[in-house]
Design a protein around this ligand. Structure first.
Ligand code: SF4
Length: 204
């Protein structure tokens, strides 16, 4: 008998953020998170039990073969059985994680790690063996030296770096944060600006 995963929602949209922004993708939002970030804008508490086959069938109802496992924190549930089911079906697999739990990265095409250790106590270390994209939520108070090459806070060197303005809910403050993020990228061109385009476009 297949084990059940706690699924918050499955929906089809464009990837709004990061290096894959604009890519049509099926989003599988898994329920639950081990962190409590002050700016968290995701309701990931509701859960429907679904097997791997049921999740795959729901995803396959949409034409894209790019799946994004997100949360909450997907690494709390994401295992080889679920990832292998999507690999066998030919999916490009992206995972968005806070990085505090290990993941079977050999089964994942793209690991987006968005560390939250600046915003939560205790500061849990990153436990990933590969980071394709380091996505930092920027609110101008970040200690960017934590993400510098050779930082002891990074277990591996990320392939790509994206800086994403934090959505504070206050338009005036958001504009100031975005301006500061642009200035930071221009001064530190290792970083690429990531906008939450799905919010700008008012799509899921
Ligand atoms: S890690 Fe992500 S999902 Fe979890 S509380 Fe923080 S922002 Fe929310």
């Amino acid at each position: 008998m297949q084990s059940a995963y706690r699924v918050n929602e499955i929906f089809y949209s464009l990837q709004g953020e990061g290096c894959h922004a604009g890519t049509p993708a099926v989003f599988v939002r898994l329920s639950g998170c081990n962190l409590r970030c002050p700016f968290c804008d995701t309701d990931h508490s509701a859960a429907t039990p679904m097997t791997a086959d049921e999740i795959l069938a729901a995803a396959a109802a949409h034409p894209a073969r790019h799946v994004v496992f997100t949360g909450g924190e997907p690494a709390l549930q994401l295992d080889e059985a679920l990832l292998s089911a999507f690999r066998r079906a030919g999916y490009y697999i992206q995972v968005e994680t806070n990085g505090t739990f290990p993941l079977p990265v050999a089964l994942i095409d793209w690991v987006t790690c968005s560390p939250k250790f600046e915003f939560t106590e205790p500061r849990l270390p990153l436990r990933l063996e590969r980071i394709d994209e380091l996505k930092v939520v920027y609110d101008t108070t970040n200690r960017m030296e934590l993400y510098a090459p050779g930082s002891p806070h990074l277990p591996v060197a990320p392939a790509h770096h994206t800086l994403q303005p934090c959505d504070t809910g206050d338009p005036t403050r958001n504009a100031a944060i975005t301006s500061a993020a642009i200035a930071y990228c221009l001064a530190h061109p290792r970083w690429r600006l990531s906008l939450q385009t799905h919010k700008l476009l008012a799509i899921p």
